[in-house]
Ligand binder design. Structure first.
Ligand code: SAM
Length: 339
């Protein structure tokens, strides 16, 4: 059953997006995300029994859709390392009310999986890619994974009609700033949209430093100087990327300024962790356990009630509060002459 109910949190924000982490494992060790120092060979990943099975995930997603979720994104860890993900996709694809069923991947396994994911009912993919040269990309993924295989995966995704693809690029000062123009140039005049993301502090495991953040305003001015850009109106409330199009009609880019200009006021995202906790903020240090309920034979109504209770109690605006520390970063509006 598809509910039409929209639940609002304490700041009036609806729950529209549900990000489902299907695994805590990843085959990359990106230095800004799962660095080897914190995720070495001795790291204890979740035992299988603690991870939600596909039936449990489907129940949570259905409950979310009943409360207003319209967009479901599978993520991780690296979602494609979880076996048989196509089965989950096909289960979710039958849920009425989901407008957008997508997946964020590092692209490493996409070449062999794109066709089966599309056949299972996946709508689109977002591929993370931080550089087009192997030296930089390998320095960032830290497992010597070559760029060409990610590009092969993207080609397979386009062939399987999983486009238009979005590319996520984290820009880190002194590491891959040169990749900004490389990537913009490579995907100009295609329907692939590159979204440049400010390097964020993810829970004190990545040694984050403010001076390594390249503000979105700077990325914008670098690209604008080479290929003039103009802003595009957001397509929906809660869209995380600010959109810009090339004035010459060469397509679009996006900027995700989570550090310099946090967008908590419009944040409509809930996250389900691989072990069945709901997090109402990317930066939340603790989540709300749903796995217990799921495994104690709770009914669908009880599950939905709990999710509603979690969302209506939500008051997070971590990034905005945190941004008091980042006031010195330039903001996009102030520095973008195009208006
Ligand atoms: N493994 C998948 C992937 O690589 O896309 C999905 C999970 S990954 C955590 C999701 C996205 O978060 C990726 O685009 C990644 O670049 C981004 N990300 C991870 N750590 C980040 C950080 N410290 N700052 C900004 N973005 C980050």
């Amino acid at each position: 059953m598809t509910g039409t109910l929209t639940v609002l949190d304490t700041l009036g924000r609806p729950m529209r997006d549900l990000r489902v982490s299907v695994t805590d494992r990843c085959n990359f060790r990106c230095t800004y995300c799962m660095p080897k120092e914190a995720y070495g060979s001795d790291h204890a990943f979740l035992p299988r029994a603690e991870i939600l099975d596909y039936e449990e995930i489907e129940r949570v997603v259905r409950a979310g859709v009943g409360l207003g979720v319209r967009k479901v994104r599978l993520t991780g860890g690296e979602p494609l390392v979880r076996r048989g993900l196509e089965r989950l996709v096909s289960m979710l694809a039958t849920i009425e009310g989901i407008d957008d069923l997508t997946l964020t991947t590092n692209g490493s396994l996409l070449a062999s999986k794109a066709a089966s994911l599309a056949a299972a009912g996946l709508h689109r993919v977002t591929v993370s890619l931080d550089a087009l040269d192997d030296a930089t990309f390998m320095r960032m993924n830290d497992v010597r994974f070559p760029v060409a295989r990610v590009l092969d995966g993207m080609a397979a995704a386009n062939d399987a009609r999983l486009g238009p693809i979005k590319v996520n690029t984290v820009v880190r000062r002194g590491v891959n700033e040169h990749a900004v123009l490389d990537l913009a140039g490579r995907f100009r005049e295609t329907d692939t949209v590159v979204r440049f993301i400010e390097y964020m502090d993810v829970g004190h495991t990545n040694g984050w430093r403010l001076d390594e953040v390249v503000p979105a305003a700077e990325v914008l001015s670098v690209i604008d100087a080479r290929w003039p850009l103009e802003p595009v109106d957001p397509t929906y409330r809660g869209e995380v990327a600010r959109r810009y199009r090339y004035s010459d009609g060469g397509g679009e880019i996006g900027l995700i300024s989570s550090v310099s200009q946090p967008f908590c006021g419009d944040c409509t995202r809930a996250r389900l962790s691989a072990d069945g906790h709901i997090y109402t903020c990317l930066f939340a240090t603790s989540g709300h356990d749903l796995r217990g309920l799921l495994r104690e034979s709770a009914t669908d109504d009880e599950l939905a009630d709990r999710l509603r209770e979690i969302w209506t109690g939500r008051s997070d605006r971590y990034s905005e509060l945190r941004s008091l520390e980042t006031v010195e970063l330039p903001k996009v509006e102030m520095s973008f002459i195009g208006g």
